[in-house]
Design a protein around this ligand. Structure first.
Ligand SMILES: *[C@@H]1O[C@H](CO)[C@@H](O)[C@H](O)[C@H]1NC(C)=O
Ligand SMILES: *[C@@H]1O[C@H](CO)[C@@H](O)[C@H](O)[C@H]1NC(C)=O
Ligand SMILES: *[C@@H]1O[C@H](CO)[C@@H](O)[C@H](O)[C@H]1NC(C)=O
Length: 584
């Protein structure tokens, strides 16, 4: 399996960049990846060797009976199957289709199981875990957990998009869409409700990981629904996606990190945020900070503070410096099973950095902002803000140092992986020996996804590049769930631009005022192609303002402006306005 993976990678030309080599990370992945793959499959019913009693397509969290993890969690299962679906659809392992079919069938059944959170139509989709024969788990638990439906939709939409590319529309429309729609309807209706976090401990009005994956699910869902003609959901999902995106901004705090939960009485520094970044990675979205892409200045600043929170509290990290890898856990206040480092949390740090390296290489530059300066300063003390093109020595030095840094986190995991390669949930903060549930399926999945990222293999895009922050929430300066304008009255102006484009090319708008990003092609507003060849966007513009604007095309990083002169418009004093233009 390892041999075929490498042949495929080379065949696809995916290993475009040769970063520095680290024998430890190299040898760890070479040895551990096949073990992780078989360890993961062993935990999937009904044929998995460690999943006795699990129905076909059901993922057990771990075969451990003490603590008892022989249940199936919607979240863990979806993350595991996202990894499997990525392996299959990226051509890395073409043997996995029967598992994917079985997962789809199992989820269709599980969705209909009434449980303590409700029935399928009254909140039951938010139930976090089920028995492995797919009956309801009725014991006390932290419920609901509203990330599960979103993650399942994300995995199934990735699968649907692949099948559409294979012209298998019938199966997508008849089998996948009904499952996906139930989950997206749930997300659309419930994203603003209180939820337990992914660690099943904090019940609050929001958890960053949950909100981030909910946002992704609605965006992908809108595109899928449009593609297969299920247009009745589009307007509702579009409205809620914009609201969720505004809400997502509110987790960012001025101390330079993402507060993981809206409550809970902790520091807020949490692996939740790193996991959100890698599970909403879109290789086509650059270093976008609004969606907290792995290389965004916000996500990198957050990473600095998250890692620092563990460097001093775990004995296994003693003697390490800021530019070296470290063991990291869920959150520094954690006491569960001793509150140790987790394999999947430590690997997530490496994966965020590998994802970042993919994007920096692709865009041919690193941008250092005031927000991300503390991250880059670890590798280049005193580095100035600005752009460093891939032709500069600084770019070369930074990417090599960051690759080494990422490999350092892998080396920590390698050091504390027992010789057989089995991965538990945690490893001891003082001695590094495995702790808590053995053979954690999610630990194995985290090896596969980190390895892909290190190999330069990216998951499919989910459309983050065309996401823009509604001006109604950006104008509040940090965003608020309810939106709200900056004071003076605004009018909603819809810009329609007729433009034929080639696949992968997109239309953006920028102009002479704040609401139009002040002539910045980088921050220009993305138009929707839902009514292609008409591209559209609605922008709130201060009433009565006269402004100039132009549309631009972006394709593979190349920008093309419309011809002169600038277009000009005066916003009406009230009401709404629709402007109709054609590319020139
Ligand atoms: C479509 O995909 C499903 C799920 O894997 C499969 O069962 C079916 O045979 C496929 N249909 C076609 C026409 O390829
Ligand atoms: C979670 O918090 C909400 C809002 O405060 C509350 O209504 C709900 O009862 C809480 N759920 C649990 C299980 O404590
Ligand atoms: C643009 O087109 C729409 C729909 O056809 C129309 O309602 C609107 O009045 C047009 N706008 C202008 C400025 O002509």
């Amino acid at each position: 399996m390892r041999f075929s993976l490498w042949s495929l990678l080379v065949g696809l030309g995916s290993v475009a960049v040769v970063w520095g080599q680290s024998s430890t990370a190299d040898s760890f992945f070479a040895t551990e990846s096949p073990i992780a793959k078989s360890g993961l499959l062993a935990n999937i019913g009904s044929s998995g060797s460690k999943s006795d009693g699990a129905k076909s397509g059901v993922v057990i969290a771990s075969p451990s009976s003490n603590p008892d993890y022989r249940f199936t969690w919607t979240r863990d299962s979806a993350l595991v199957f996202q990894a499997i679906i990525d392996q299959y659809t990226l051509g890395l392992d073409t043997t996995l289709r029967s598992q994917i079919d079985a997962y789809v069938a199992a989820q269709a059944v599980q969705q209909q199981v009434s449980n303590p959170s409700g029935s399928v139509s009254s909140g039951g989709l938010g139930e976090p875990k089920f028995n492995i024969d797919l009956s309801a788990f009725t014991g006390a638990w932290g419920r609901p957990q509203r990330d599960g439906p979103a993650l399942r939709a994300n995995a199934l939409i990735t699968w649907a998009n692949f099948l559409l590319s294979q012209k298998n529309t019938t199966y997508v429309t008849n089998t996948l869409w009904p499952i996906i729609k139930l989950d997206l309807d749930y997300v659309s209706a419930n994203w603003g409700q209180s939820t337990f976090d992914l660690w099943e401990e904090v019940n609050s009005s929001g958890s960053f990981f949950t909100t981030a994956v909910q946002h992704r699910s609605l965006r992908q869902g809108i595109t899928l629904a449009t593609t297969i003609g299920q247009t009745s959901v589009v307007s509702g999902y579009t409205t809620q996606a914009a609201n969720v995106l505004c809400f997502l901004q509110t987790y960012w705090n001025s101390a330079g990190f993402i507060t993981a939960n809206m409550g809970g009485g902790r520091s807020g520094k949490d692996s939740n945020t790193v996991l959100a970044s890698i599970h909403t990675f879109d290789p086509a979205a650059g270093c976008d900070a609004v969606t907290f892409q792995p290389c965004s200045d916000r996500a990198l600043s957050n990473l600095v503070q998250y890692v620092a929170a563990f460097r001093t509290i775990y004995t296994v990290n003693s003697g390490t410096t800021a530019s070296q890898g470290a063991a990291t856990g869920r959150y520094p206040e954690d006491g569960y099973m001793g509150g140790n480092p987790w394999y999947l949390s430590t690997l997530a740090v490496a994966e965020q950095l590998y994802d970042s390296l993919i994007v920096w290489s692709k865009q041919g530059k690193i941008t250092v902002t005031a927000t991300s300066q503390p991250f880059f300063a670890i590798f280049s003390p005193g580095i100035a803000t600005g752009d460093y093109a891939s032709t500069t020595a600084t770019f070369t030095t930074l990417t090599a140092a960051i690759k080494t840094y990422a490999d350092g986190f892998v080396a920590v995991v390698a050091k504390y992986t027992p010789s057989g390669g089995g991965l538990a949930e945690q490893f001891s903060r003082s001695t590094g020996v495995p702790v808590s549930a053995v053979d954690l399926t999610w630990s194995y999945a985290s090896v596969l996804t980190a390895f892909n990222a290190r190999s330069g293999v990216s998951p499919a895009s989910w459309g983050a590049a065309s996401v823009t922050l509604p001006s109604s929430c950006s104008s509040t300066g940090g965003g608020s769930p309810g939106g709200g304008s900056s004071g003076g009255s605004t009018v909603a102006i819809t810009f329609n631009e007729q433009a034929t484009t080639t696949f992968g090319e997109n239309i953006f708008l920028t102009g002479s005022i704040d609401a139009l990003a002040n002539w910045s092609p980088d921050n220009a507003l993305a138009l929707s192609s839902a009514n292609y060849p008409t591209w559209s966007i609605t922008v709130n513009i201060p009433a009565g303002t006269t402004f100039q604007y132009k549309f631009i095309r972006k394709f593979n990083g190349k920008i093309t402006w419309e011809s002169d002169p600038n277009r000009q418009l005066t916003a009406p004093a009230s009401g709404t306005f629709t402007e109709n233009d054609s590319w020139r």
